[in-house]
Design a binder for this molecule. Structure first.
Ligand code: ADP
Ligand code: ADP
Length: 224
Protein backbone atom coordinates (compact mmCIF):
# COMPACT_ATOMS: atom_id res chain seq x y z
CA UNK A 1 0.00 0.00 0.00
CA UNK A 2 0.98 3.62 -0.12
CA UNK A 3 2.99 5.25 2.65
CA UNK A 4 1.45 8.69 2.28
CA UNK A 5 -1.72 9.58 0.41
CA UNK A 6 -4.18 12.43 0.03
CA UNK A 7 -7.75 12.48 -1.24
CA UNK A 8 -9.91 15.39 -2.32
CA UNK A 9 -7.77 18.08 -0.70
CA UNK A 10 -9.16 21.58 -0.68
CA UNK A 11 -7.46 24.65 0.70
CA UNK A 12 -8.50 28.24 0.11
CA UNK A 13 -6.69 31.46 1.01
CA UNK A 14 -9.54 33.96 1.02
CA UNK A 15 -11.04 33.84 -2.46
CA UNK A 16 -8.06 31.88 -3.86
CA UNK A 17 -8.47 28.10 -4.07
CA UNK A 18 -4.86 26.93 -3.72
CA UNK A 19 -6.02 23.29 -3.77
CA UNK A 20 -9.32 22.23 -5.31
CA UNK A 21 -9.68 18.46 -5.06
CA UNK A 22 -6.02 17.39 -5.22
CA UNK A 23 -5.05 13.71 -4.96
CA UNK A 24 -1.67 12.20 -4.18
CA UNK A 25 -0.01 8.95 -3.18
CA UNK A 26 3.54 7.70 -2.75
CA UNK A 27 5.10 4.34 -1.87
CA UNK A 28 8.21 3.69 0.22
CA UNK A 29 11.33 4.23 -1.88
CA UNK A 30 9.44 6.06 -4.61
CA UNK A 31 10.51 9.46 -5.97
CA UNK A 32 7.47 11.46 -7.13
CA UNK A 33 7.85 14.82 -8.86
CA UNK A 34 5.07 17.34 -8.24
CA UNK A 35 5.07 19.56 -11.31
CA UNK A 36 3.03 22.49 -12.56
CA UNK A 37 3.22 26.21 -13.25
CA UNK A 38 3.89 28.85 -10.60
CA UNK A 39 0.84 29.40 -8.39
CA UNK A 40 -0.78 26.06 -9.30
CA UNK A 41 -0.72 24.76 -5.70
CA UNK A 42 2.45 22.62 -5.57
CA UNK A 43 3.85 24.13 -2.37
CA UNK A 44 0.45 24.08 -0.69
CA UNK A 45 0.12 20.37 -1.55
CA UNK A 46 3.58 19.68 -0.10
CA UNK A 47 2.81 21.69 3.05
CA UNK A 48 -0.48 19.79 3.54
CA UNK A 49 1.21 16.39 3.03
CA UNK A 50 3.89 17.35 5.56
CA UNK A 51 1.28 18.41 8.13
CA UNK A 52 2.46 22.04 8.10
CA UNK A 53 -0.74 23.42 6.54
CA UNK A 54 -4.18 22.07 7.50
CA UNK A 55 -6.46 21.56 4.49
CA UNK A 56 -10.04 22.88 4.64
CA UNK A 57 -11.29 19.42 3.67
CA UNK A 58 -10.06 16.08 2.38
CA UNK A 59 -7.98 13.36 4.03
CA UNK A 60 -4.25 12.74 4.33
CA UNK A 61 -3.14 9.32 5.49
CA UNK A 62 0.41 8.57 6.61
CA UNK A 63 1.36 5.02 7.50
CA UNK A 64 -2.28 4.16 8.26
CA UNK A 65 -2.91 7.26 10.39
CA UNK A 66 -5.05 10.20 9.38
CA UNK A 67 -3.13 13.45 9.92
CA UNK A 68 -6.29 15.42 10.78
CA UNK A 69 -6.99 13.02 13.65
CA UNK A 70 -3.66 13.91 15.29
CA UNK A 71 -3.02 16.78 17.67
CA UNK A 72 -0.60 19.56 16.70
CA UNK A 73 2.04 18.11 19.00
CA UNK A 74 1.60 14.62 17.55
CA UNK A 75 2.02 16.08 14.07
CA UNK A 76 5.19 17.94 15.04
CA UNK A 77 6.59 14.81 16.66
CA UNK A 78 5.84 12.92 13.45
CA UNK A 79 7.61 15.59 11.38
CA UNK A 80 10.72 15.34 13.55
CA UNK A 81 10.84 11.54 13.59
CA UNK A 82 9.64 10.52 10.12
CA UNK A 83 9.98 13.48 7.74
CA UNK A 84 12.97 15.32 6.26
CA UNK A 85 12.93 18.67 4.46
CA UNK A 86 15.04 20.37 1.81
CA UNK A 87 14.17 23.84 0.52
CA UNK A 88 15.24 26.00 -2.40
CA UNK A 89 17.71 27.92 -0.26
CA UNK A 90 19.52 25.50 2.05
CA UNK A 91 18.51 27.41 5.18
CA UNK A 92 21.65 26.31 6.97
CA UNK A 93 22.29 27.98 10.33
CA UNK A 94 25.01 30.54 9.53
CA UNK A 95 26.65 30.47 12.98
CA UNK A 96 27.22 26.69 12.87
CA UNK A 97 29.84 24.78 10.88
CA UNK A 98 28.61 22.42 8.15
CA UNK A 99 29.03 19.31 10.29
CA UNK A 100 27.19 21.02 13.18
CA UNK A 101 24.38 21.89 10.76
CA UNK A 102 24.04 18.28 9.60
CA UNK A 103 24.23 17.01 13.19
CA UNK A 104 21.61 19.52 14.41
CA UNK A 105 18.45 17.39 13.95
CA UNK A 106 20.06 14.58 15.97
CA UNK A 107 21.18 17.03 18.67
CA UNK A 108 17.62 18.43 18.84
CA UNK A 109 16.37 14.86 19.28
CA UNK A 110 18.67 14.53 22.31
CA UNK A 111 21.69 12.79 20.74
CA UNK A 112 25.21 13.35 22.11
CA UNK A 113 27.51 15.66 20.14
CA UNK A 114 29.94 12.83 19.38
CA UNK A 115 27.33 10.41 18.03
CA UNK A 116 25.45 13.12 16.14
CA UNK A 117 28.61 14.34 14.43
CA UNK A 118 29.72 10.81 13.59
CA UNK A 119 26.38 10.14 11.84
CA UNK A 120 26.56 13.58 10.22
CA UNK A 121 29.98 12.81 8.74
CA UNK A 122 28.73 9.53 7.28
CA UNK A 123 26.02 11.44 5.42
CA UNK A 124 28.43 14.19 4.41
CA UNK A 125 30.71 11.56 2.85
CA UNK A 126 27.79 10.18 0.83
CA UNK A 127 26.93 13.68 -0.38
CA UNK A 128 30.67 14.31 -1.04
CA UNK A 129 30.91 17.31 1.28
CA UNK A 130 32.81 15.78 4.23
CA UNK A 131 35.84 17.97 3.44
CA UNK A 132 33.67 21.01 4.27
CA UNK A 133 32.95 19.85 7.82
CA UNK A 134 34.71 22.80 9.54
CA UNK A 135 33.47 25.51 7.16
CA UNK A 136 30.58 27.86 7.79
CA UNK A 137 27.73 28.03 5.24
CA UNK A 138 28.98 31.45 4.02
CA UNK A 139 32.28 29.81 3.00
CA UNK A 140 30.80 27.13 0.68
CA UNK A 141 29.24 27.37 -2.78
CA UNK A 142 25.50 27.12 -3.47
CA UNK A 143 25.77 23.55 -4.73
CA UNK A 144 27.91 22.49 -1.77
CA UNK A 145 25.47 24.17 0.63
CA UNK A 146 22.54 22.28 -0.91
CA UNK A 147 24.41 18.98 -0.57
CA UNK A 148 25.01 19.83 3.11
CA UNK A 149 21.27 20.58 3.41
CA UNK A 150 20.44 17.20 1.81
CA UNK A 151 22.79 15.45 4.28
CA UNK A 152 21.01 17.26 7.13
CA UNK A 153 17.59 16.22 5.80
CA UNK A 154 18.61 12.54 5.74
CA UNK A 155 20.57 12.28 9.00
CA UNK A 156 17.46 11.25 10.98
CA UNK A 157 16.66 8.46 8.45
CA UNK A 158 13.30 9.96 7.45
CA UNK A 159 10.65 7.78 5.77
CA UNK A 160 9.58 10.73 3.61
CA UNK A 161 11.84 13.44 2.25
CA UNK A 162 10.05 16.63 1.17
CA UNK A 163 12.10 18.64 -1.33
CA UNK A 164 10.65 21.99 -2.51
CA UNK A 165 12.59 23.25 -5.56
CA UNK A 166 15.83 21.86 -4.09
CA UNK A 167 17.86 22.91 -7.13
CA UNK A 168 15.99 26.15 -7.83
CA UNK A 169 18.93 28.35 -6.89
CA UNK A 170 21.61 26.27 -8.66
CA UNK A 171 23.01 26.18 -12.19
CA UNK A 172 22.12 23.07 -14.20
CA UNK A 173 25.39 21.20 -13.59
CA UNK A 174 25.22 21.63 -9.80
CA UNK A 175 21.48 20.98 -9.86
CA UNK A 176 21.95 17.65 -11.61
CA UNK A 177 24.68 16.58 -9.18
CA UNK A 178 22.45 17.45 -6.20
CA UNK A 179 19.55 15.48 -7.72
CA UNK A 180 21.77 12.46 -8.47
CA UNK A 181 23.13 12.37 -4.91
CA UNK A 182 19.74 13.11 -3.32
CA UNK A 183 17.87 10.38 -5.20
CA UNK A 184 20.68 7.80 -4.74
CA UNK A 185 20.82 8.50 -1.00
CA UNK A 186 17.03 8.37 -0.61
CA UNK A 187 16.74 5.14 -2.61
CA UNK A 188 19.47 3.51 -0.53
CA UNK A 189 17.38 4.09 2.62
CA UNK A 190 14.00 3.35 0.97
CA UNK A 191 12.80 6.86 1.82
CA UNK A 192 9.97 8.26 -0.31
CA UNK A 193 10.76 11.61 -1.95
CA UNK A 194 8.11 14.25 -2.67
CA UNK A 195 9.93 16.52 -5.10
CA UNK A 196 8.31 19.85 -6.00
CA UNK A 197 9.79 21.33 -9.16
CA UNK A 198 8.75 23.21 -12.27
CA UNK A 199 11.78 21.99 -14.21
CA UNK A 200 11.48 18.91 -16.46
CA UNK A 201 15.19 18.10 -16.16
CA UNK A 202 14.79 17.91 -12.35
CA UNK A 203 11.59 15.84 -12.62
CA UNK A 204 13.55 13.44 -14.85
CA UNK A 205 15.10 12.03 -11.66
CA UNK A 206 11.67 10.88 -10.43
CA UNK A 207 9.87 7.56 -10.93
CA UNK A 208 6.53 9.26 -11.53
CA UNK A 209 5.08 12.71 -12.09
CA UNK A 210 2.00 14.33 -10.60
CA UNK A 211 0.97 17.48 -12.43
CA UNK A 212 -0.86 20.19 -10.48
CA UNK A 213 -2.98 22.71 -12.35
CA UNK A 214 -5.35 25.17 -10.69
CA UNK A 215 -5.22 23.15 -7.47
CA UNK A 216 -6.12 19.87 -9.17
CA UNK A 217 -3.61 17.05 -9.57
CA UNK A 218 -3.20 14.45 -12.24
CA UNK A 219 -1.01 11.36 -12.12
CA UNK A 220 1.24 10.88 -15.15
CA UNK A 221 2.78 7.48 -15.79
CA UNK A 222 6.33 8.07 -16.84
CA UNK A 223 6.69 6.85 -20.42
CA UNK A 224 10.23 5.44 -20.28
P1 ADP B 1 3.04 26.87 -6.36
O1 ADP B 1 3.88 26.21 -5.30
O2 ADP B 1 2.60 25.93 -7.43
O3 ADP B 1 3.71 28.08 -6.91
P2 ADP B 1 1.39 27.68 -4.15
O4 ADP B 1 0.90 26.45 -3.49
O5 ADP B 1 2.54 28.41 -3.52
O6 ADP B 1 1.68 27.34 -5.67
O7 ADP B 1 0.18 28.70 -4.29
C1 ADP B 1 -1.09 28.36 -4.84
C2 ADP B 1 -1.98 29.59 -4.76
O8 ADP B 1 -2.30 29.88 -3.39
C3 ADP B 1 -1.34 30.85 -5.31
O9 ADP B 1 -2.36 31.63 -5.88
C4 ADP B 1 -0.77 31.53 -4.05
O10 ADP B 1 -0.62 32.91 -4.24
C5 ADP B 1 -1.80 31.15 -3.02
N1 ADP B 1 -1.21 31.05 -1.67
C6 ADP B 1 -0.32 30.12 -1.26
N2 ADP B 1 0.00 30.30 0.03
C7 ADP B 1 -0.73 31.37 0.45
C8 ADP B 1 -0.84 32.05 1.70
N3 ADP B 1 -0.16 31.68 2.77
N4 ADP B 1 -1.68 33.11 1.76
C9 ADP B 1 -2.39 33.50 0.69
N5 ADP B 1 -2.31 32.91 -0.53
C10 ADP B 1 -1.51 31.85 -0.64
P1 ADP C 1 7.20 28.68 -4.00
O1 ADP C 1 8.19 29.43 -4.84
O2 ADP C 1 7.76 27.47 -3.31
O3 ADP C 1 5.89 28.44 -4.69
P2 ADP C 1 6.36 31.13 -2.87
O4 ADP C 1 7.53 32.04 -3.02
O5 ADP C 1 5.21 31.18 -3.82
O6 ADP C 1 6.90 29.63 -2.76
O7 ADP C 1 5.77 31.28 -1.41
C1 ADP C 1 6.62 31.35 -0.29
C2 ADP C 1 5.74 31.32 0.96
O8 ADP C 1 4.77 32.34 0.90
C3 ADP C 1 4.99 30.00 1.11
O9 ADP C 1 4.96 29.65 2.46
C4 ADP C 1 3.59 30.33 0.60
O10 ADP C 1 2.62 29.55 1.29
C5 ADP C 1 3.45 31.79 0.96
N1 ADP C 1 2.64 32.51 -0.04
C6 ADP C 1 2.58 32.26 -1.36
N2 ADP C 1 1.73 33.08 -1.97
C7 ADP C 1 1.25 33.90 -1.00
C8 ADP C 1 0.31 34.97 -0.98
N3 ADP C 1 -0.32 35.36 -2.08
N4 ADP C 1 0.06 35.58 0.19
C9 ADP C 1 0.67 35.18 1.30
N5 ADP C 1 1.56 34.16 1.36
C10 ADP C 1 1.84 33.53 0.23
Amino acid sequence: GSLLSAEQLRKAYGPTAALDGAEFSIHPGEVVAVMGPSGSGKSTLLHCLAGIVTPDSGTITYNGHELSAMSDSQRSALRRSDFGFVFQFGQLVPELTCVENVALPLRLNGGSRKEAERAALTWMERLEVDDLRKKRPSEVSGGQGQRVAVARSLVTNPRVLFADEPTGALDSLNGERVMELLTDAARSTNAAVVLVTHEARVAAYSDREVVVRDGKSRDMERAV
